[in-house]
Write a protein that binds this ligand. Structure first.
Ligand code: AMP
Ligand code: ZN
Length: 109
């Protein structure tokens, strides 16, 4: 399931370039193009969901999978001393890309 007009779906399908740091059949993690921290990664499900609020019990399994994978991906990207996870939900949170993503921010001293 993907959206032809979605920039992150295009990244998944290599239609636009990105620096991928982790990929499996369910999720992709790549570097944010405008990093807000020394390390700024975006973790996305390969299925297109716009919003956290579109999650249901079945889809929540995907979120659980991603959250359990993130520590190993963070460690592999040098985040030994901690990091922050952010999900922006909707316009008032400043969400700009409507394909659910988890920001992984870290590397500050
Ligand atoms: P949000 O405001 O939560 O929707 O975050 C969207 C994030 O996607 C921002 O931090 C952008 O810098 C990032 N972004 C937008 N386009 C790209 C791209 N082509 N490659 C990597 N990151 C991107
Ligand atoms: Zn998408």
């Amino acid at each position: 399931m993907f959206d032809n007009d979605c920039i992150f779906c295009k990244i998944i399908r290599d239609e636009i370039p990105s620096v991928k740091v982790y990929e499996d059949e369910k999720m992709l993690v790549f570097k944010d193009v405008e990093p807000k921290a020394k390390v700024h990664l975006l973790a996305i499900p390969k299925d297109h969901f716009k919003l956290l609020s579109e999650m249901n019990e079945d889809r929540a399994e995907l979120l659980k999978y991603m959250l359990l994978k993130i520590p190993e991906i963070a460690a592999a990207n040098g985040l030994k001393n901690g990091y922050r996870l952010i999900v922006n939900q909707g316009d008032d949170a400043g969400q700009t890309v409507f394909h659910l993503h988890i920001h992984v921010l870290g590397g500050e001293t």
